[in-house]
Design a protein around this ligand. Structure first.
Ligand code: ATP
Length: 315
């Protein structure tokens, strides 16, 4: 616990701490073959988007972590101890707090569940920040990053946001400088895709020579970001998990093709899918693209977003 009187934040009684956390799309997701450790090595470029979940943390009964979930995408989110936000709060209390700490967490979800946009990881990152403030813990960015990496490979990026290269399991981050704002359209599918299932299909397809692997991130992605060139970025997008995601959900190929035909500069399955992400030349082109994609039967909803967005932030 901190007794530093210079701390700026002082909670009004029972007022929740509010944190906003971004979804991500992988501009490049380069996946190596399954290693002996049971993990796939990755080289990836994360890009945070202005599609957010909100994590609220209010004082709770000693030792208790409770959770409520609301919002556009709250169905199918577990509210028990398996929820990543609950796990994050428990881990933080165990490592930096005391058994008396308690919290009432609330998630306001907009990020699709099992959509390949790291929504659960974002919530975990948000819960780490919100609880560390609520409990007034002496945790610096490095402490939170280390806890985040223990919770999941995508969680550290939820803390930092922006653009970052991720290596290892995706948790070894190097921020990537970029200029410009990119306009995206996201096409959500009906239902999610299980990430382990997509990796499983990737392994099978690799054996059959139907998918490609490799952890080398294409230089074109970083070059396009440095030049603020959406045309080059659209051409440089890569995802080794796209083939298995399309194999499991063939209708996604039609979604990608429709977006390209409607003028997207680039079209890609986001992470392990099934969300498809389309890069647009401008905000107005993104609006047109969203209208076109929204007409497709296999598209449950569309959202426009810009990137890069900030990582977890106190509101
Ligand atoms: P991944 O990060 O594994 O690629 P994803 O981004 O595709 O996953 P998530 O929304 O993180 O998808 O959900 C994956 C699974 O995690 C869900 O099916 C759900 O059972 C579980 N889960 C745990 N905590 C959360 C949470 N806070 N929000 C959403 N799902 C959660």
């Amino acid at each position: 616990m901190s007794d530093d009187p210079s701390r700026l934040w002082s909670p009004a009684e029972d007022a929740p701490v509010r944190v906003r956390v971004p979804a991500k799309v992988n501009l490049a997701l380069c996946v190596g073959p399954l290693g002996a450790d049971g993990y796939h090595p990755l080289g990836t470029v994360f890009h945070a988007l202005s599609l957010h979940d909100e994590v609220l943390a209010a004082p709770g009964e000693p030792g208790e972590v409770t959770l409520q979930v609301s919002g556009e995408t709250s169905a199918d989110v577990p509210v028990d101890e398996s929820n990543l936000a609950v796990r994050a709060a428990r881990l933080l209390a165990a490592e930096f707090g005391t058994p008396e700490l308690g919290v009432r967490l609330q998630l306001k979800k907009q990020i699709p569940v099992a959509g390949g946009m790291a929504g659960g990881s974002a919530d975990a990152a948000g819960a780490l920040l919100a609880c560390s403030v609520l409990w007034d813990l002496d945790t610096g960015p490095d402490d939170l990053h280390a806890l985040a990496a223990r919770l999941g490979a995508d969680v550290p990026f939820g803390l930092v946001g922006g653009n970052a290269i991720g290596r290892g399991r995706g948790d070894q981050l190097v921020p990537l400088l970029s200029c410009g704002i990119y306009h995206w359209v996201l096409a959500f599918a009906h239902g999610g895709l299980s990430t382990p299932q997509v990796f499983g299909r990737f392994d099978e397809m690799l054996e059959q020579g139907r998918a490609s692997s490799g952890t080398e991130v294409p230089a074109e992605v970083a070059e396009a970001l440095a030049k603020a060139d959406p045309f080059a970025l659209g051409k440089a997008l890569r995802n080794n998990l796209e083939a298995p995601a399309l194999d499991l959900r063939p209708e996604l190929a039609e979604t990608l093709a429709a977006g390209r035909a409607a003028g997207a500069l680039g079209a890609i399955v986001s992470g392990s899918g099934p969300t498809c992400a389309f890069l647009a030349e401008s905000e107005s082109r993104a609006m047109d693209l969203a209208t076109e994609l929204g007409r497709l039967e296999q598209v449950a909803a569309t959202r426009r977003a810009t990137g890069p967005a900030q990582g977890a932030r106190l509101l």
